[in-house]
Design a protein around this ligand. Sequence first.
Ligand code: HEM
Length: 201
Amino acid sequence: MLFVVRPRDQARSGVRQAARGAAEAVRVARQMEERGLVVEILDPSGQIYSPAELDQVRSDRALSPDQVHLIQSTCDVLMSANTRAADVFYDRLFALAPDTRPMFEDDLSGQKRKLLDTLGSLVGYLTHPDLFGAAATELGRRHAGYGAEPAHYGLVGQALLASLEELLGRRFTPEVQAAWTALYGQLSRAMMQAQRRPAAS
Ligand code: HEM
């Protein structure tokens, strides 16, 4: 996953540098700043960050290894129940936020499959923060076109947590709840940020 660190002043484009991963990109950017340059970072999906923003997003993404394990093991439980997890989720969402129902197709079967597949991929990417970030950014950009508003993200998060509680039963411990809450916070922040900011040309 190549990041590009470049001066904001396009006239100095000769000093742009590639970096493997977000951590290296922030390090390279800091070195360029020490040389007096004002720099920006282009992530692999074309999103532009200042070094401070990318650093913030990166540390935001850092779940502990225990949390990653808790999320991955409970996600397996959800995936093994065919689309029941998605049935429960959309029932919860439409009960909490009936105005979101018309935003989706009448037949939700394809949507349910896509939601579970995407959730599975994102959870799989938790040990690869750059992949997670790029996938969340792409998903966020697509959601601009679906009419998702910031206020909806809170409701979707509530519906997700309530569904997990119902589906996991006694496995929904306070630690599992905290881990999924942290994951949803990171995912929704990254998606909303991507919705607000257009991709670089
Ligand atoms: C972290 C939160 C979310 C996740 C993981 C998620 C996931 C998905 C996925 C995987 C799709 C299938 C299409 C695609 O991949 O682009 C989708 C579509 C959609 N999502 Fe989300 N979503 C989230 C938040 C939201 C929010 C907050 C809303 C606002 C109501 C929303 C409304 C929609 C709509 C309307 C569609 C398109 C339905 C269609 O065109 O048939 N989503 N979402």
